[in-house]
Design a binder for this molecule. Structure first.
Ligand code: G
Ligand code: G
Ligand code: MN
Ligand code: NA
Length: 250
């Protein structure tokens, strides 16, 4: 298929690039770091969403190369930013079956000079299913280097709580479906409150995704949520946009 052959060329040409979504510390109001989101800047079709090309990359085995290319570009970019800023990288289910994943990530960190302790890896609940011992070993190797681990899209999988015990998570990210509806839905308020309490009990800080306005931000702050991200803080930015953002803040 056409997207597949296009993607094969797009990766080495670095048409697939990292965009950066701000993550805000709700206690200080300050920028804490960015979630890295892949974007395919197709020369004729314009921007193609990861929802379209990540599944193709997984089915064809290109996801490893794609992900390492994104990481390399993101680490190289972030090396020059404020040294306190962190990066969160999404890891797909397929990648947790690659016994060399941790070594590849660590090599990319070493080669780019980006510090492991400023990297967080986001794993969605669904990715934990098929080979848990291998996933635990990969995660153990990364955590030994100082990389942190976040459970992404929390609340959407059907055995969220079991997942929390399967791997040594450092953070829970509440799925944006619960956060976006906080203004309208009492159920969402109850669910987010419950997740924040769970995080407190387990000593896991919470990031809320999908914060779209100031009212939602304020609710989350009052609930004791640690970090927030979403369109309220702006759309994901390309590297040049981050540089402008950081320059304006000085
Ligand atoms: O940025 P956007 O909301 O369009 O992303 C859609 C989905 O693609 C999200 O679930 C996000 O986690 C995923 N995604 C974005 N970038 C990457 C990436 O580099 N690797 C993987 N595995 N998933 C990504
Ligand atoms: O699965 P993951 O959590 O990685 O997905 C992140 C996706 O959510 C990205 O595609 C990003 O563009 C999208 N996103 C981020 N913030 C918001 C938001 O405030 N509202 C909506 N509707 N989508 C968002
Ligand atoms: Mn994510
Ligand atoms: Na998410």
């Amino acid at each position: 298929n056409e997207l597949e052959s296009g993607l094969r060329l797009a990766i080495p040409r670095q048409e697939v690039v990292p965009y950066f979504e701000q993550q805000i510390d709700l206690t200080t109001g300050r920028l804490h770091g960015f979630e890295v989101l892949a974007r395919w800047e197709h020369p004729t079709r314009g921007m193609i969403s990861p929802e379209q090309f990540i599944p193709i990359a997984e089915e064809t085995g290109m996801i490893a190369e794609l992900s390492l290319s994104i990481m390399r570009q993101a680490f190289q970019a972030a090396r020059d930013w404020d040294s306190s800023l962190t990066l969160s990288i999404n890891i797909s289910p397929w990648q947790l079956r690659d016994a060399w994943l941790a070594q590849k990530v660590i090599k990319t960190l070493t080669e780019t000079g980006f510090p492991a302790n400023r990297l967080e890896v986001e794993i969605t609940e669904s990715s934990l299913f098929d080979n848990l011992p291998l996933a635990q070993s990969i995660v153990g190797s990364l955590k030994n280097q100082g990389v942190r681990l976040a459970l992404d899209d929390f609340g959407t999988g059907y055995s969220s709580l079991a997942h929390l015990r399967a791997l040594p998570f450092d953070r829970i990210k509440i799925d944006k479906s619960f956060v976006m509806s906080l203004n309208e839905s009492a159920d969402s308020v109850a669910i987010v409150n419950a997740i924040v309490s769970l995080g407190e009990s387990l000593h896991l800080p919470i990031t809320a995704e999908g914060v779209e306005d100031a009212a939602i931000e304020e609710r989350l702050r009052a609930m004791g949520c640690a970090k927030a991200q979403g369109w309220h803080y702006g759309r994901p930015l390309p590297q040049a946009g981050v540089r402008r953002l950081l320059a304006e803040r000085r």
